[in-house]
Write a protein that binds this ligand. Structure first.
Ligand code: F6P
Length: 550
């Protein structure tokens, strides 16, 4: 029997006792509930009082974390042990933001000087570009930065750059090309001047098909526009772990910013992959971003689990996933600057914990990573919140909002905050059919019509949500917020006993796409695949033929 099994049994028994408890009742019974089920860390305030949990629930969940070996795994990760077993790698994104001088080593070698060396080069380079000292092929300064990357080499830089737009240098713009769909690159280049455009080709491996094809196409565009191969030197830099491939692409090693195999792609925004962010907000801002993450690392490492924000958020997720059968988790930032945060978290969480084989090679005994989804509020309220409020599924939600707007306008920010807080309130409180009926009658509706309508206006309530508040969305807070979710994902992976740091599940589709591509380029009928695949390829050929015949 595993260490956590006994406590799981206790949690199951506890679940049966509390499954029917109403949150309204929990608040009524405990005047201190808000204080008891909330905490602050690194400028982030978490209210988790609107959950279907009691003090006993939380203590059992913390016990489960404990018995899952979480303490040992935290120490192992921060120390640099090779906890990414299937790739035999350390997991050290925390070393990229180790601002308090912990001694971190990989294979006995300290990593701090490597990290500092790259940060120093990033500083020199970004200052040259931002000051206009770095010139394009006609001697003009850079005005547009185009990051070409995908997955972790895109989602982090996009999300963070967009979130920190108020810190962008005036006159400098950022663009992001990820999709192999040629429209993405073509549309982006259409608005750009080659003389003043800098491309950052970001790829950990420098082999990813989408990134390489887009980078080659961008390179041809630049050479066509400049009429000179030598222009590449001034307009292309690379971020990668693979010097050989960067060099053979034609980017000089002086224009390459490295990182290491102990940084996972989806954890890489803290490395040179953050170069577009540093170009846009400056290196001082980028270092504040690292500082925020480091402060969250220290909170995570040193705080007892019962007061540890990532652990609490993770264990609430375990509660709903493992014991209530929740399938999804919604992330709902009431912050337009965080518009890409849910997409970023999708990779972070789903690529990390979307697995069914445990660290010891056996089948996981329960569902693992939930489906992560979301959109900024208030937009989502007018789209999918209907289902969260009245649908048949239990969907735990994370709401988040800043106390102060970066772009104040009249009372609009107050309205935004009111909506954010009210949504959690509505989910928690609900509205009984009786309350709905009374409201309808009070509005003057005839009784029969009111009785018919009231069931439709009933909200079951008792639906869980967390609310995260922060003073303003700045580089430090954003760093802390991302690190908070990274550690939440890590804790859940430990409790499910899965390796959160590999991603074998992305391989098969890539392999098959490579095999299919020649069949799409030709126009012969295909018979070498399964009937569905053959049929789809033939239909594409037929559609192309129709266009040609028109
Ligand atoms: O296909 C998935 C993936 O390997 C991600 O894990 C990674 O972030 C992305 O592709 C991009 O990889 P690279 O940075 O090597 O181009």
């Amino acid at each position: 029997m595993k260490q956590g099994d006994a406590v799981r049994g206790r949690l199951e028994a506890h679940w049966a006792r509390v499954a029917d408890v109403d949150m309204r009742q929990l608040f009524a019974d405990d005047p201190d509930r808000f204080a008891a089920f909330s905490l602050s860390a690194v400028g982030i305030f978490l209210d988790y009082s609107r959950h279907r949990v009691t003090r006993e629930t939380m203590s059992l969940l913390v016990d489960l974390a404990d018995r899952s070996g979480l303490r040992q795994m935290i120490d192992a990760m921060f120390r640099g042990d090779k906890i990414n077993l299937t790739e035999n790698r350390s997991v050290l994104h925390t070393a990229l933001r180790n601002r308090c001088g912990r001694d971190v080593r990989v294979d006995g070698q300290p990593v701090a000087s490597l990290v500092e060396g790259v940060l120093a080069r990033m500083r020199t380079f970004t200052e040259r570009v931002r000051s206009g000292e770095w010139k394009g092929f006609t001697g003009r300064a850079i005005t547009d930065v185009v990051n070409i990357g995908i997955g972790g080499s895109d989602l982090g830089p996009v999300m963070v750059s967009q979130a920190l737009k108020p810190w962008w240098q005036t006159g400098l713009r950022a663009h992001f090309v990820s999709n192999i769909d040629p429209s993405h690159l073509v549309e982006t280049l259409a608005g750009l001047d080659a003389e003043t455009t800098l491309f950052v080709v970001a790829s950990k491996t420098f082999t990813t098909a989408e990134t390489m094809m887009n980078a080659r196409a961008a390179r041809s565009w630049l050479v066509d526009q400049s009429g000179d191969d030598a222009a590449v030197m001034r307009h292309f830099v690379a971020v990668s772990t693979n010097t050989e491939r960067v060099t053979s692409f034609g980017i000089h090693p002086d224009n390459m910013f490295g990182f290491w195999d102990w940084v996972g792609g989806r954890y890489s925004v803290w490395s040179a992959v953050g170069l577009p962010v540093a170009l846009m907000i400056g290196m001082d801002g980028f270092e504040q971003f690292l500082d925020g993450a480091c402060a969250m690392d220290e909170h995570f490492r040193l705080t007892p689990f019962e007061a540890n924000m990532p652990v609490i958020m993770a264990m609430l997720g375990i509660w709903y996933n493992d014991f209530w059968g929740a399938e999804t988790h919604a992330v709902l930032p009431y912050d337009q600057f965080l518009a890409r945060f849910p997409a970023y978290l999708q990779q972070l969480d789903m690529e990390s914990n979307g697995k069914t084989i445990t660290r010891d090679g056996s089948q996981a005994s329960c569902n693992t990573g939930p489906v992560i989804w979301g959109e900024p509020g208030t937009n989502g309220q007018h789209a999918f919140y209907q289902l969260i409020h009245q649908g048949s599924r239990l969907i735990p939600c994370d709401f988040m909002v800043a106390a102060r707007s970066q772009r104040p306008l009249g009372q609009q920010h107050d309205v935004l905050v009111a909506n954010c807080i009210a949504q959690g309130q509505a989910l928690m409180r609900g509205k009984t059919e009786h309350e709905a009926l009374q409201e309808l009658l009070a509005s003057g509706m005839p009784e029969q019509a009111a009785r018919q309508l009231a069931p439709h206006k009933r909200f079951a309530g008792n639906r869980p949500s967390s609310t995260l508040l922060y003073r303003e969305l700045n580089p430090f807070t954003l760093g802390a917020l991302i690190a908070l979710y990274e550690h939440k994902v890590f804790v859940q992976g430990v409790v499910w006993n899965i390796n959160s740091f590999d991603q074998w599940g992305v391989e098969l589709g890539k392999q098959l796409a490579t095999a299919l591509q020649p069949d799409l380029t030709g126009d012969n009928r295909v018979q070498n695949h399964d009937p569905s695949t053959n049929g789809l390829i033939d239909t594409i050929h037929a559609m192309r033929q129709e266009e040609d015949d028109d």
